[in-house]
Design a binder for this molecule. Structure first.
Ligand code: IMP
Length: 499
């Protein structure tokens, strides 16, 4: 006879934290959000830790090299999407590792033959006002000029006017050679009162841009996550098909941690993939696995040797797996169950395997709930897709700015490997949708605000660290009536609040 779970499966919105005693030193400034990323033995330190408990989802619409740099600056890790060619994915990883703080690859580039309208379109898409003008319109072409806002007046010029007529030409541009240090670049910027400084190779090809605002912000990232060589930390998603080719390329590019990206991780394919990694690299290569939603799934991947285990089926914002296939489990119940299994495994073996709640974070407080329920960190897709740094287009829909966001199981992403059960190499039906999410600005501002809330709630629970929160948290299920009471109610709102 089929097995029936005793209790219904619940989501985060059905829970609240009940405050505990907070001492006078329990203030947000004293909270540490440090958390392990990979497994470790009792009494030892994990080889990889994060300074904040956030990772960005293995998705085309979320995690590329730009997102990875922005998140590592704040102390978290991005898993660069694997639903692209091995070469492209490895190149993204390599760009993160080559990224010198303050030196950026120009993301706004055109040729002298483009027009003012092209400049304005690009500015709308990227949100950046400095455009490099190169011979081939790429970030590495020969630099011929720069267009900044001061170079044109929309009200006085025709949109069809060619860039070459109003750009600041190369002869008038102060540039720096490619071996310039950030300190030297910054001095040049200040001495010449510049907003941006192009860095060129000996042939005059553009290598990087240094922006005055980036140099200033670099000094404001106390939680930046570095490897031993002071490079940003980056992860990458892999699948259970082409790992024998993909993993060596990612390692060569400098990846710090891998994650098998699959909608359902309790499978022989994942065990085989982890075994191949262990046989080939021993414990030196770190690999997470998932997704699972119960004790059995956790134990299977733990025994297979996973370095961390991801939880969640069907809770993602773009996910229609539950609708399409009728599989899944409420995210809160899944986390609680897997956290128990993780603690039990730790008792038995002395090995602590971090767990990650993946998908379904709607409000910032869901992050705190996931941590309190035992998650060591959380993976978010929709959350990060709304920021400037996500790889997707910013579009104006009926007067509001939106970013595009689509699931890996949508026809748009065509990531058949994620849903692969060893059958045909194609996506037979969709498990995700293509959508818009409200544009929300910079990653830094949003992450800072979100984590301010997390720290504050932790203090209400009398906890200064994540393990302390997990030990002290008191959680209650709320009734459907009290959920209504949780938001503003019985008042007429004057404007939309930004939650
Ligand atoms: P979100 O943070 O709620 O948007 O959920 C993101 C998570 O949804 C990802 O990390 C994946 O685990 C999952 N996911 C991504 N694409 C799809 C899809 O197309 N169908 C189902 N789940 C998906």
């Amino acid at each position: 006879m089929a097995y029936y779970f005793d209790t219904p499966s619940r989501t985060f919105s059905e829970y609240l934290l009940v405050p505990g005693y907070s001492s006078a030193d329990c203030i947000p400034a004293n909270v540490s959000l440090e958390t392990p990323l990979v497994k470790f033995k009792k009494g030892e330190e994990p080889e990889l830790k994060m300074n904040i408990p956030l990772v960005s989802a293995v998705m085309q619409a979320v995690s590329d090299d730009k997102m990875a740099v922005a998140l590592s600056k704040e102390g978290g890790v991005s898993f660069i999407f694997g639903s692209q060619t091995i070469e492209n994915q490895a190149a993204m990883v390599a760009r993160v590792k080559a990224h010198k703080a303050g030196f950026v690859v120009s993301d706004s580039n055109l040729t002298p033959e483009h027009t003012l309208n092209d400049i304005l379109d690009l500015k709308e898409k990227t949100g950046h006002s400095t455009v490099a003008i190169t011979d081939n319109g790429t970030a590495t072409g020969k630099l011929l000029g720069i267009v900044a806002s001061r170079d044109y007046r929309v009200s006085r010029m025709d949109g069809s006017e060619k860039v070459k007529t109003f750009m600041t030409p190369i002869e008038k541009i102060v540039s720096a050679p490619k071996d310039v240090t950030l300190k030297e670049a910054n001095n040049i910027i200040w001495d010449n009162k510049l907003n941006s400084l192009p860095v060129l190779d000996e042939k005059g090809n553009l290598v990087h841009m240094v922006f005055r605002k980036d140099y200033d912000s670099h000094k404001q990232n106390p939680l930046e996550l570095h490897d031993k060589l002071k490079r940003y930390v980056v992860g990458a998603g892999i699948n259970t098909r082409d790992y024998e080719e993909r993993i060596p390329a990612l390692i060569e590019a400098g990846v710090d941690v891998l994650c098998i990206d699959s909608s359902e991780g309790y499978s022989e394919w994942q065990a085989k993939t982890i075994k191949w990694v262990r046989d080939t690299y021993g414990e030196t290569v770190k690999i997470g696995a998932g997704n699972v939603v119960d004790r059995e799934g956790f134990r299977f991947l733990a025994q297979a040797g996973a370095d961390f285990i991801k939880i969640g089926i069907g809770g993602g914002s773009i996910c229609i797996t539950r609708e399409q296939k009728g599989i899944g489990r409420g995210q809160a119940t899944s986390v609680i169950d897997v956290a128990k299994a993780r603690d039990e495994y730790f008792e038995e073996t002395g090995v602590y395997i971090p767990i990650c709640s993946d998908g379904g974070i709607v409000y910032d407080h869901h992050i705190t709930l996931a941590l309190a329920m035992g998650s060591d960190f959380v993976m978010l897709g929709r959350y990060f897709s709304r920021f400037d740094e996500s790889p997707t287009n910013k579009v104006n829909i009926n007067g509001s700015y939106m970013k595009e966001y689509w699931g890996e199981g949508s026809a748009r992403a065509r990531n058949w490997q994620r849903y692969d059960l060893g059958g045909d190499k194609k996506l037979s039906f969709e498990e995700g949708v293509d959508s818009y999410v409200p544009y929300a600005g910079s990653l830094k501002d949003n992450v800072n605000m979100t984590l301010a809330k997390v720290r504050s709630t932790m203090c209400n629970c009398g906890a200064l660290t994540i393990p302390e929160l997990q030990e002290k948290a008191k959680l209650t299920v709320v009734s459907s009536t009290s959920i209504v009471e949780g938001g503003a109610h019985d008042v007429l709102l004057k404007d939309n609040r930004n939650l």
